[in-house]
Ligand binder design. Structure first.
Ligand code: OAD
Length: 257
């Protein structure tokens, strides 16, 4: 029988007392929706595929058909996936805690589909396409299903449609990164959920928060380098911990109200 996860009462108190809360999420938060992570042994995408063949501008230039086909496969996985209990609980935490900001490395839009508002997407969104030359958004209606894949860009004669995701070697969207860094500097509590904390600059956000005096909470069934600075490490999955955390907070609010 599964053991119920114990949420420390002091963590709930810290969250209720906080003016600012930064939540950084990674691929682990979507694992229980059936979307594979990148670095988990056996199941992670980078265990089976080479990022340099699929997730760099050079790879797209060398073989756009192959890169486009791989992202089309991932898009189909994402479209079939449903938000899990962790996504839903995080959206309800955002209602309970108005100062909570969600910053995600995920490109699947599952936080938003789970009811979260104002999600800052650091690595873009796989369901959108942009022009490979101008970076301008290409709407779904402008993407023909037939014909060459990837389709030509309507915005530039030499452009092709490409997924609106950040590839290795590319800069993160500046506005999103600035908002995330400001939140890391201001927050009182920072939750790092389902990320291996290995990819910069996202991995530095909890460290920046810690440096600025915030308490860091890690939610991850496996150990990561963040354990060294985490005030609380909750070693279980996000779809287990986040509903338990939302329940504990609701009880505390009911008791104190
Ligand atoms: P990783 O695949 O590197 O790490 C996923 C983390 O989730 C691991 O630490 C797992 O232990 C943890 N995990 C697995 N299942 C979980 C669950 N059910 N609940 C909670 N945690 C779980 O994914 P990210 O850290 O998100 O970049 O990777 C960062 C970036 O690297 C990605 O955004 C992607 C990738 O290359 C781009 O696409 C630009």
């Amino acid at each position: 029988m599964a053991t119920a996860i114990k949420i420390p009462a002091q963590l709930c108190q810290a969250l209720l007392a906080a003016d600012g809360i930064l939540v950084l999420t990674g691929a682990g938060t979507s694992a229980e929706s059936g979307v594979p992570t990148f670095r988990d042994a056996q199941t992670g995408l980078w265990e089976k595929f080479r990022p340099e063949d699929l997730a760099t501008p050079q790879a797209f230039q060398a073989d756009p058909e192959n890169v486009w086909a791989w992202y089309q496969w991932r898009r189909e996985l994402v479209l079939k996936a449903r938000p899990n209990a962790g996504h839903l609980a995080l959206a309800s935490l955002q209602e309970l805690l108005p100062g909570l900001m969600i910053v995600t490395q995920n490109v699947d839009g599952l936080h938003q589909r789970g009811g979260a508002r104002q999600v800052i997407e650091l690595h873009g969104n796989i369901l959108r396409s942009v022009c490979s030359v101008t970076g301008r958004l290409i709407s779904a209606e402008q993407l023909p299903a037939d014909g060459p894949q990837p389709p030509p860009s309507p915005h530039h004669p030499a452009g092709l449609a490409r997924p609106d995701v950040v590839w290795f070697g590319e800069a993160l969207p500046a506005i999103a990164l600035n908002q995330a860094m400001e939140a890391a500097e201001r927050c009182d509590v920072c939750l790092s959920i389902g990320t291996s904390a290995m990819v910069e600059p996202a991995a530095s956000l909890p460290r920046m928060a810690h440096f600025n005096g915030a308490r860091v909470v890690e939610i991850n069934p496996a150990g990561t380098p963040l354990a060294q600075i985490a005030h609380w490490s909750l070693s279980d999955t996000s779809a287990t911990v986040l509903p338990a955390l939302a329940d504990s907070l609701k009880k505390l609010i009911a008791q104190s109200g």
